[in-house]
Design a binder for this molecule. Structure first.
Ligand code: IMP
Ligand code: ZN
Length: 392
């Protein structure tokens, strides 16, 4: 485990509110209990429960959202989540979150994302690079884990690149969309009117609009997530096509439940990555492999939610042996009590990966990030220099 922590890592599938620290969640819940907003004694056991089915996980998310949906909590958990990933040597993090609107708190989807960005700015224990590459130092000769600072005082000041993905939740309502449209339509009407064919689709298009507007803060893509038993894939397709046309990357939660037609259609769309792929059938594997779409693998999440029967039977093995592009991820490190180092450790102990293989797996993930070529080049150098210090 220690070695897994020491190795540089890339995290590409982490939901902000799923990555919240237990203590922070308890803290925030207790504070709401004190204010009489919730009954703390009723929720404490829900937070502390370890084994959760997929539907219980989504119940917990509902609770988390009650507890975290104000600007200062969002800022706080963003800061802590980045610190936690950086502390286990994650050098590049794509953090995804669903922008939320809450009138009673004066929160719009835009101000929600601003609160996330505020959280990135608030991190002081590590250097966080979240502005796109034109504003990042392009001195490729200085790796992320700087030797220079090490020589100075023995303390390595860690650096982490963070990029954001805005998630579309499969539950979003027409009403919420309409209110957002009134605001955004003034600015974006020309583009919007080209794509909006009915009311149902507004909300997803607007999520994309927000992502475009926020690109300067490191928003690089769109994710489709939420309870896989809810919603129809076709609802989101116009927004995802639009996102792609605007140069945003797309990743989809795909095959979390058995839904052959949806999996088929999602693969047809050729997203830049997919998450999970648990309920794939022969035909889906064939198409996935021939299209080379990278898969975000979340071992603990899949086991906890019973999306795969046992860890030995996990499709990681088949994809890994087939040299299919894949990346190990946490999904919800808070909700599933895991860390990226732990995911590597599980892969090592279950599938017999040695240090070199784990390092290669981690390094190969660079090729699947949504960050640009400058970032990729810096990351390659970081891994090369880490390989030397780890004596690989
Ligand atoms: P947030 O987007 O920062 O609020 O993170 C929590 C949200 O991520 C949940 O409400 C879901 O919409 C989504 N999410 C987290 N884990 C999963 C998963 O395993 N499957 C599908 N969606 C998920
Ligand atoms: Zn997920």
């Amino acid at each position: 485990m220690e070695w897994c922590v020491s190795m540089p890592k890339i995290e590409l599938h982490a939901h902000l509110n799923g990555s919240i620290r237990d203590n922070t969640l308890l803290d925030l819940a207790r504070a709401l209990g004190d204010k009489g907003v919730i009954d703390f004694s009723q929720v404490e056991h829900v937070i502390l429960k370890n084994d959760r089915s997929l539907s219980e996980v989504f119940k917990l998310f509902d609770l988390i959202h009650i507890v975290t949906t104000d600007h200062s909590s969002i800022t706080r958990i963003t800061k802590e989540v980045v610190e936690d990933f950086a502390s286990e040597n994650v050098v590049y993090l794509e953090l995804r979150t669903t922008p939320k609107k809450n009138d009673s708190l004066g929160m719009s989807k835009r101000s929600y994302v601003d609160a996330v960005v505020e959280g990135l700015r608030a991190v002081s224990s590590v250097d966080v690079a979240f502005i796109p590459s034109s504003e990042e130092p392009t001195n490729l000769s200085s790796p992320l884990l700087s030797d220079a600072s090490d020589k100075c005082n023995g303390n390595i000041r860690k650096k982490i690149f963070v990029r954001l993905l805005l998630s579309i939740d499969r539950r979003e309502t027409t009403e919420a969309a309409m209110e957002t449209v009134i605001f955004y339509a003034e600015v974006f009407w020309a583009k919007l009117s080209l794509f909006v064919t009915d009311l149902e689709r507004y909300t997803h298009l607007l999520q994309v609009m927000l992502a475009l507007e926020m690109r300067r803060f490191g928003v690089v893509g769109i994710d489709l997530s939420g309870n896989p038993a809810v919603g129809e894939w076709i609802t989101y397709l116009p927004a995802l096509i639009f996102a792609r046309q605007q140069g945003l990357y797309v990743t989809l939660h795909c095959g979390e439940v058995s839904n052959s037609k949806e999996i088929h259609n999602m693969l047809d769309f050729l997203p830049q990555r997919i998450g999970h792929a648990c309920f794939f059938e022969e035909e889906h594997w064939r198409r996935l492999k021939s299209s080379n779409i990278p898969v975000e693998i979340c071992l603990t999440s899949n086991i906890r939610t019973l999306s795969v029967p046992t860890i030995d039977a996990h499709h990681f093995v088949d994809l890994y042996n087939a040299r299919h592009p894949l990346v190990l991820c946490t999904d919800d490190s808070g909700v599933f009590s895991t860390s990226l180092s732990n995911e590597y450790n599980i892969a090592a102990s279950t599938f017999g990966l040695g240090q070199n293989e784990m390092f290669e797996l981690s390094k190969n993930s660079i090729e699947f990030i949504f960050g640009d070529n400058v970032v990729k080049e810096i990351l390659r150098k970081t891994f090369d220099s880490a390989a030397k210090s780890l004596e690989l």
